[in-house]
Design a protein around this ligand. Structure first.
Ligand code: ATP
Ligand code: MG
Length: 227
């Protein structure tokens, strides 16, 4: 689903990612770890097709990102659920409409019953049912982040890229989000989650990629208690 070979990213002459190579396959669940400034968000933005590598090759769904035609790129993005570290909602639209926009640009009146019930189900799972008609601009940080999770997952994407999706959450919400991500990978989606949360890594054990100063340090499965 994803193939990276010797990927570099340079900003203003400074190398932020250095010779990154790994593969992600259907149903894989990977954590991306590393200190602040290690390059996690930069790497995830590239995997989400928001930025191109400076060098090296990045293949998403079998397409080389540097050569993919715009129409194909648009279709690829439909199959990617990206939860950015800095959540971007439309503040003067309701929570429901922010999520609905991920399914249709034509507004909620055009949504099928199935789509409406999928949105309602996600809102329920994420503890947001009572916020459905609230304007996104009036939400707390944690609530906004959960809306971003719902918006990314509502299309049942094949690739899910989550940049510290539980950073602003309390205990129950952390596990509600993790549960949705784990279920998505059990359905066959590839999931990559950047996190600092050792408790999550301990409780939901999966493979880890560790970035340090832009280099991939280790790749593989960490035993319980290793963090
Ligand atoms: N658009 C940009 N222009 C210039 N420098 C950038 C840009 N984006 C990121 N950087 C730099 O790249 C480095 C890695 O940043 P990145 O946001 O990827 O780190 P991170 O691992 O996600 O950190 P955190 O855990 O704090 O979110 C930082 O030194 C940052 O200042
Ligand atoms: Mg980051």
């Amino acid at each position: 689903m994803l193939t990276l070979r010797q990927v570099n990213k340079v900003y203003h002459g400074e190398k932020v990612l250095d010779q990154i190579s790994f593969d992600v396959k259907r149903g894989n669940f990977l954590y991306l770890l590393g200190g602040s400034g290690a390059g996690k968000s930069t790497l995830l933005r590239m995997l989400a097709t928001e930025e191109l590598p400076s060098d090296g090759s990045l293949t998403v769904f079998g397409y080389d990102l540097k050569k993919v035609p715009p129409t194909t790129l648009k279709a690829m993005r439909q199959a990617i659920g990206y939860i950015p570290q800095k959540v971007r909602l439309i503040p003067d639209l309701t929570v429901f409409d922010n999520i609905a926009l991920s399914l249709t640009l034509a507004g909620r009146r055009t949504l099928s019953l199935d789509a409406k019930s999928k949105i309602a189900e996600l809102l329920g799972q994420l503890g947001l049912m009572s916020k459905s008609e609230t304007l996104a601009g009036n939400l707390s940080g944690g609530e906004s982040q959960r809306v971003a999770v719902a918006r990314a997952l509502v299309r049942s994407p094949e690739l899910i890229i989550a940049d510290e999706p539980t950073g602003a959450q309390d205990f129950n919400e952390v596990w509600a989000i993790m549960d949705l991500l784990v279920k998505a990978s059990q359905r066959g989606a590839a999931v990559i989650v950047a996190t600092h949360d050792r408790e999550i890594i301990k409780r939901v054990q999966n493979s880890c990629l560790v970035l340090k100063e832009g280099r991939l340090q280790t790749q593989g499965y960490r035993e319980r208690g290793a963090y």
